[in-house]
Design a protein around this ligand. Structure first.
Ligand SMILES: Cc1cc2nc3c(=O)[nH]c(=O)nc-3n(C[C@H](O)[C@H](O)[C@H](O)COP(=O)(O)OP(=O)(O)OC[C@H]3O[C@@H](n4cnc5c(N)ncnc54)[C@H](O)[C@@H]3O)c2cc1C
Length: 387
C-alpha cells in the first residue's frame, strides 16, 4: 500500500488548491474525488464567483481576503490564464443593517477603496438597480469575479505538474486513525498517509463522524435570467449586487433579513445569475433534487420585481448548487477535535473567493507549520460541547 504525506478527500475548491500548494512544496500528496472536478454536483459550478475584500461577514476574514486577491493575481501569471476580472461590488440594504454596516467596518479596517452611496446615486449609476429610498449601498470599487470551473482546472493541472497524484471517480468510503496517521478506504482501494484533509464540501458530514453534526448542506436554486439588452447587464457594466432586505419588505418570512444577489452576464449574450443567500432549504446529497420549482422561480421573480424590475419578466432557467452551512455561518477550518492528524474545511456558502489562500493555509496546517494568517477563529473546536 502506497504511503503519502497527505491525502486530500475532495478535489473541488479547497481540495484542489491545497493539493496544488502541497505538491509545489514537495509534499507527497494523493487527492481523491468521487466525481471528476470541475462538476455540477458540489458547490463550485456556475460560471462566476464574486471576490471582495471589504468583507461584511466580519473583519476576521480581512487578512485572508487581502492575501487571496494577491494569490489570484499570482496564479493568473503562473498559469497564463485569465482568472479574475475586476468589477465594482455593491452591498445594498438599510444603512443600519448588518450587511452595509459590516461592509463599512471591514472597508475601513482594511483601508479598502470604497464609497457609501444613496439609493438615488445607485439608481443613477446603474439604472437596472432600483433600491428604495431608505436603502444605501457600500461600493467596493475594485472587487472582482473569478471563473470557478477554470480556476479548479488550473489548480488541478498545476497540482499534477508539481507531482500530486490525483484520482477521480473514486469515492472515499471512510477512514481510520492508525499509529502513523490515517488509513483511507475508497471504492477502489486503501491508502495510508501521515495526515488527512477532508475537503468534501456538502458531502463532508458523513466522513466526519460526530463532528459532521456541525455541517448542514443547503440546496441553492440558481436562476439564469436573459436580460432585455446585453450591454447594461454585462461584466464591466453591471456590478455584482448583494441585497439585504428587512423582513417587512418580504412579508411572511421568519428571518430578520432576506438576502439575495445578482451577478453580471459573463459573456456577450450571456445571462444574469440570481440566487437567494439565506433561508435556504436543507440539501440532501444522496437525492440532490436539481429540479427547481415554479414556486422557487416565482419567489425570485418577486424579488426582481421590487429591486431589479427590468429582469422580473424576462426568460429564466434554473438549476441548483450546494452550500455547506455551519452553526454560526463562519468557516470551519482546522484539525478535528480529538484527532490532530485529520483536518477539515467547510466554507459556509461564501468560500470560493478564498481558494488560493485556503490552499496555502491548509497546506501550512497539514505540514505542521503555524499559518501566516491566524485562522484560530475558524477552528472546529468552537463547536465541541463542553461538559
Ligand atoms: C450558487 C452559489 C453561489 C456562490 N457564490 C459565491 C461567490 O460569489 N463567492 C464566493 O466566494 N463563494 C461563493 N459560493 C460558495 C463557494 O462556491 C463554496 O463555498 C465553495 O465552492 C465550497 O468549496 P468546497 O471545496 O468546500 O466544496 P466543492 O468545491 O464542492 O468540493 C468538494 C468536493 O468533494 C468531493 N467529494 C465529496 N464527497 C466525496 C467522497 N466521499 N469521496 C471523494 N470525494 C468526495 C466532491 O465531488 C467535490 O468535488 C457560492 C456557492 C453557490 C452554491
Amino acid at each position: 500500500m502506497h504511503h503519502y504525506d497527505v491525502i486530500v478527500v475532495g478535489l473541488g475548491t479547497a481540495g484542489s488548491a491545497t493539493c496544488m500548494t502541497l505538491a509545489q512544496r514537495g509534499v507527497s500528496v494523493l487527492g481523491i474525488d468521487a466525481f471528476h472536478p470541475p462538476h455540477p454536483l458540489g458547490s463550485h459550478h456556475g460560471e462566476s464567483r464574486s471576490v471582495r475584500r471589504a468583507y461584511l461577514e466580519g473583519t476576521a476574514y480581512l487578512p485572508m481576503a487581502l492575501r487571496a486577491w494577491d494569490l489570484w493575481r499570482k496564479l493568473e501569471k503562473d498559469a497564463g490564464e485569465r482568472l479574475l476580472v475586476t468589477t465594482p461590488n455593491l452591498t445594498i440594504g438599510p444603512p443600519e443593517g448588518p450587511a452595509v454596516s459590516g461592509f463599512l467596518a471591514s472597508a475601513q479596517a482594511g483601508a479598502i477603496s470604497h464609497d457609501l452611496l444613496t439609493a438615488a446615486e445607485i439608481r443613477r449609476r446603474w439604472p437596472p438597480l432600483s433600491p428604495p429610498i431608505q436603502f444605501s449601498a457600500g461600493l467596493e470599487k475594485e472587487a472582482g469575479i473569478v471563473f470557478p470551473e477554470t480556476c479548479i482546472r488550473v489548480f488541478l493541472a498545476m497540482a499534477e505538474t508539481a507531482g500530486a497524484r490525483l484520482q477521480v471517480d473514486e469515492r472515499v468510503a471512510g477512514w481510520t486513525a492508525t499509529s502513523g496517521g490515517v488509513e483511507v478506504r475508497t471504492s477502489l482501494g486503501r491508502y495510508t498517509a501521515g495526515r488527512l484533509l477532508i475537503a468534501a464540501g456538502s458531502y463532508a458530514g458523513r466522513l466526519l463522524g460526530v463532528a459532521g453534526a456541525m455541517l448542514t448542506p443547503k440546496r441553492v436554486p440558481v436562476h439564469w435570467v436573459t436580460p432585455p439588452d446585453t450591454a447594461a447587464y454585462q461584466l464591466g457594466q453591471f456590478p455584482v449586487n448583494f441585497w439585504q432586505v428587512p423582513m417587512a419588505e418580504t412579508a411572511g418570512t421568519r428571518n430578520e433579513y432576506r438576502e439575495f444577489y445578482s451577478l453580471p452576464a459573463i459573456k456577450s449574450g450571456g445571462r444574469v445569475k440570481a440566487a437567494f443567500h439565506n433561508q435556504l432549504a436543507d440539501g440532501d446529497t444522496d437525492n440532490p433534487s436539481p429540479a427547481v420549482s415554479t414556486a422557487e422561480q416565482t419567489a425570485m421573480r418577486a424579488m426582481l420585481e421590487r429591486f431589479l424590475p427590468t429582469l422580473s419578466h424576462r426568460p429564466m432557467t434554473s438549476d441548483t448548487c450546494m452550500y455547506t452551512l455551519t452553526p454560526d455561518d463562519h468557516f470551519v477550518l482546522g484539525p478535528l477535535p480529538h484527532n490532530e492528524n485529520v483536518f477539515t474545511v467547510a466554507l459556509a456558502g461564501h468560500g470560493f473567493k478564498f481558494a488560493p489562500v485556503l490552499g496555502e493555509t491548509l497546506a501550512d496546517l497539514l505540514e505542521g507549520l503555524i499559518p501566516t494568517i491566524d485562522v484560530g477563529f475558524f477552528s472546529p473546536q468552537r463547536f465541541v460541547r463542553r461538559g
